[in-house]
Design a protein around this ligand. Sequence first.
Ligand code: KG4
Length: 339
Amino acid sequence: MSVTILGIESSCDDTSSAVIRDGVLLSNVIASQAVHEAYGGVVPELASRAHQQNIIPVVAEAIKRAGIDKKELSAIAFTRGPGLMGSLLVGTSFAKGLSASLDIPMIEVNHLQAHVLAHFIKETSADEHAPAFPFLCLLVSGGNSQIIKVNAYNDMEVIGQTIDDAAGEAFDKCAKVMGLGYPGGPVVNRLANEGNPNAFKFSKPHIPGYDYSFSGLKTSFLYTLRDALKENPDFIEQNKQDLCASLQKTVIDILMDKLRKAAKDLNINEVAVAGGVSANSGLRDSFLLHAEKYGWKVHIPKFSFTTDNAAMVAITGYYKFLDKDFCPMDAAPFSRVVI
Ligand code: KG4
């Protein structure tokens, strides 16, 4: 009997639904919310309202594109957390209603675990690119920066994480002060490709172990702008490529220094990257360089699986289904958690 999982993701500002059958992706529909652009960040109340408008058409479209009938679904996997409470409530409540009406089990999914397991999504049954256990995963998004030791689908240890800002936040906040809009990461990436990464020096943290910190970098970036703007009010406009290139280089150096240390100490050379910031071309290049230089076997996700998507929720649901790891009807969302 084949196992067919419907995934639902609504943790932040993307409403997404996907269908996975026996580990193979049949559909992945994402509705992004443009409503936040005017505010320079995600407005939680607007996000939950947009989820309410999107969820029914998005799920219906995912089922339609998968070419299945909803009666063929084996279970419904939904993101229970972490994320925005109002947004999570929409996905969780919808999953409850649908699972009750179809009389099939519900599977709760941890959003961070789902980012890691995105590496196991197959686009055809012949797809064999998944990392081998144990592997290290650098999970970098707008809200998290973690190094995770992945021992099995259901066994992950966070061995390092940020003590303040996340890597994506460093991009977003610095971009905001340069007036580059939100989210800033992709814009910084584009401008960085035209700039000199050694033009400016920003401070790097000295934190023991595998933990990260990005607030010092943010402060040193702000001080550089403040001092330069006193002399030259057009400083940002004239230097934005170099500022972005130097910022991006510093973020990547901070991320890779700790990851290299973890890989060496734990003697693991199978290394993956996941989360929104894994779309960054400089970070991707750095992974490829590490593969060459240190013999790492690297796993870099497809762009469509880097940001929030329900395919990663459905694949996590698939492995939990095989373990019969279902959740009760009264499962409530949670906003904060580690794996
Ligand atoms: O995983 P994700 O989609 O969700 C949240 O954590 O909400 O990550 C979003 C983050 C944002 O901070 C965004 O600026 C960053 O990923 N991001 C990038 C790039 N694309 C997205 N950062 C750097 N370079 C990129 N190309």
